[in-house]
Design a protein around this ligand. Structure first.
Ligand SMILES: O=P(O)(O)OC[C@@H](O)[C@@H](O)c1c[nH]c2ccccc12
Length: 269
């Protein structure tokens, strides 16, 4: 049975093929070389984690599991609201068929703030990594559930060569095991199973025990309240990737500030 990830992969590979035909890698690479210097994404999270929580705040209009999340959707205004509310980094969906995202949302949101930005998309080909940098991304996502070990390694190497950081995403033990062969310090544990859409914070709690010292545990998806943050912080997560719960709020800056208030103290080592 074809899963949602299979479907996304098949349209994404077609999309990449037509983009390559329309705009050769040499042109994309030229744009990437002319892009503003990367803003340190992992470094910003590390700094935020030293005193509070790191927040990767996501700009997401719609999703396959929830449909339309926010009708009043202005990426630069949302980016500024996140920044005003104390977010550390941005995540911007660029996938159109499933998330109603767009490439220019990323460039515009980033340039409206001083925050480092993640290109949130389904990456299979190093062409997309050059594209990410050409769009001014500071970080890319590698979803272990949808790539081979070899692809993951190639994508990571390409991102590092462009000076970007990499968020490596896993949602079970086998993926975590494979992710540990990569060099990025940022390990995202996705509480949403991308095939079934089941969401449970238990995923972060369960996998947290297997995350080695020295990796940054970033809890992703299904996070709503300060109590959720405190719960997950108890399992070693100091940074969080949050979209829907903030996107549904009328006052995004206020909601962000409220969510981040009163972090539990980082554990003394
Ligand atoms: O909106 P939420 O439940 O707060 O989740 C945000 C983010 O974790 C989610 O959008 C996400 C995590 N991994 C992904 C991979 C592709 C697309 C989307 C995602």
């Amino acid at each position: 049975m074809a899963t949602i990830l299979d479907k996304i992969k098949s349209y994404k590979l077609q999309e990449v093929a037509s983009r390559k035909a329309a705009r050769p890698l040499s042109e994309v690479a030229e744009a990437a070389r002319n892009a503003p210097a990367p803003r340190g994404f992992a470094a910003a999270l590390r700094k935020a984690e030293a005193t509070g929580y790191g927040l990767i705040a996501e700009i997401k209009k719609a999703s396959p599991s929830k449909g339309l999340i926010r009708a009043d959707f202005d990426p630069p205004a949302l980016a500024r609201a996140y920044e005003a509310g104390g977010a550390t980094c941005l995540s911007v969906l660029t996938d159109t068929p499933s998330f109603q995202g767009a490439d220019h949302f990323l460039t515009q949101a980033r340039s409206a703030t001083a925050l480092p930005a993640l290109r949130k998309d389904f990456m299979y080909d190093t062409y997309q990594v050059a594209e990410a940098r050409a769009l001014h991304a500071d970080c890319i996502l590698i979803i272990m559930a949808s790539v081979s070990d070899m692809q993951a390694q190639e994508l990571e190497q390409a991102a590092m060569a462009w000076g970007m950081d990499v968020l490596v995403e896993v949602h079970d033990e086998a993926e975590l095991d494979r992710a540990l062969a990569l060099t990025s310090p940022m390990l995202g544990i996705n509480n949403r199973n991308l095939n079934t859409f089941d969401v449970t914070l238990e995923t972060t709690r369960r996998l947290s025990r297997l995350v080695p010292q020295g990796k940054m545990l970033i809890a992703e998806s299904g996070i709503y309240t300060p109590a959720d943050l405190a719960d997950l912080a108890g399992y070693g997560a100091r940074s969080f990737l949050i979209g829907e719960s903030l996107m549904r709020q009328p006052d995004v800056a206020l909601a962000t500030r409220t969510l981040l208030a009163n972090p539990i103290k980082p554990e003394k080592v």
